[in-house]
Write a protein that binds this ligand. Structure first.
Ligand code: AQP
Length: 332
């Protein structure tokens, strides 16, 4: 049976990019007859400094975001990475499989380490090997992610193939990325050339999943646009990054194609389109933020769900790690 794994870092406020690029797809996949494992990747978060109290809060809030969006602990295994130690154990093995050159070519590493790579943590450099372990410790076959994670998933495939080749086995599956929907890359509301991101210092650049209805509407009203009317076909959005972003967001929220949206709104000015978009975003996102707040009022329930998830997860990960150790010749 196909098995799906994906994760999100509890490294700040969850935003509309995380929702449309990842979580909405996670929810959709539950409907099918497949096993789904969704993870708060706290060990990835600490590759850059996190305040301990903030990390604890963000991890629970991310769990609340998953649940409020429709990920059901009855249908999916919901876990926090550090509570399933096999992730880190397999990551060490993969640190010894992956090559320095492969890691050095990762654009996320280059972007995040910047010019001062000497000062970056070793964990930030090794991040994609831990990500490969997250996926392969479940023998996951499909990984739903946003466009920005494509390169890391290719590396996951390279690590699986090299392991299988080096040890003469056919053990780790070659995982397929699942990148779909109209908003696999949601851009900043202030700058259509930058992706919407947790770490953008401007709160107005993103819609947070914790924003209330008024805040969502206000941020959309203030989003950067151009003075032209909307085109009636997708090709007309090519050199208009801000306009394209807002149309993509509308399409993804409404689970429609961009062409279907433009067939309706083509010819309209932003003065007409923005209130429609705001209404749609509020209708879809405000109930999620309300439910998140309710779940965060008593975190004991979240902690219980994560403890149960870790137990279920280890039934899968412990035998896969044990077999990995046997293959590589560890005495156990
Ligand atoms: N702007 C985006 N559009 C579409 N998908 C996105 N994702 C993130 N940003 C966008 C998808 O969300 C999932 C989880 O991402 P993550 O938390 O693991 O890491 P990230 O990509 O580093 O998220 P941020 O917000 O960009 O954080 P910072 O600012 O810390 O780098 C992934 O599936 C990702 O594709």
């Amino acid at each position: 049976t196909p098995r799906v794994f994906s994760g999100i870092q509890p490294s700040g406020d969850l935003h509309l990019g995380n929702y449309l690029g990842a979580i909405q797809g996670f929810v959709r996949m539950q409907a099918q007859d497949i096993q789904t494992v969704y993870c708060m990747v706290d060990m990835h978060a600490i590759t850059v400094w996190q305040d301990p109290a903030d990390l604890r809060h963000s991890t629970r809030e991310l769990a609340a975001g998953f649940i409020a969006s429709g990920i059901s602990p009855e249908k999916s295994i919901l876990i926090n990475q550090s509570q399933v130690p096999e992730h880190a154990q397999l990551a060490w093995v993969f640190n010894c499989v992956a090559r320095m050159g492969w890691m050095g070519r990762m654009t996320q590493w280059k972007d995040k380490a910047g010019k001062n790579a000497e000062k970056a943590s070793l964990g930030l450099f090794a991040y994609p090997a831990l990500m490969a372990a997250d996926i392969l410790v479940y023998h996951a076959t499909h990984v739903p992610v946003g466009e920005d994670q494509k390169q890391h998933l290719e590396l996951t495939r390279d690590i699986a193939a090299k392991f299988n080749h080096d040890y003469g086995v056919d053990f780790f599956p070659i995982t397929e990325p699942v990148i779909e929907g109209a908003a696999t890359r949601v851009m900043s509301l202030r700058d259509g050339s930058k992706k919407m991101s947790k770490s953008d210092p401007s709160d107005a650049s993103r819609i947070n999943m914790t924003d209330d209805a008024d805040t969502i509407a206000k941020k959309i009203r203030k989003a950067k646009t151009d003075p032209d009317a909307l085109p009636s076909e997708a090709a007309g959005l090519e050199d208009r990054p801000e306009a394209r972003n807002l149309v993509n967001i509308y399409a993804a929220l409404n689970e429609q194609s961009v062409d279907a949206v433009l067939a309706e709104v083509g010819g309209q000015q932003f003065g007409t389109f923005k209130p429609k978009l705001a209404e749609l975003a509020v209708a879809k996102m405000a109930p999620i933020s309300t439910e998140m707040a309710r779940l965060m009022a008593d975190t004991a329930e979240i902690d219980r769900i994560l403890a149960k998830g870790a137990e279920q997860a280890r039934e899968i990960t412990a035998p896969i790690l044990k077999r990995t150790y046997e293959i590589i010749g560890m005495v156990g």
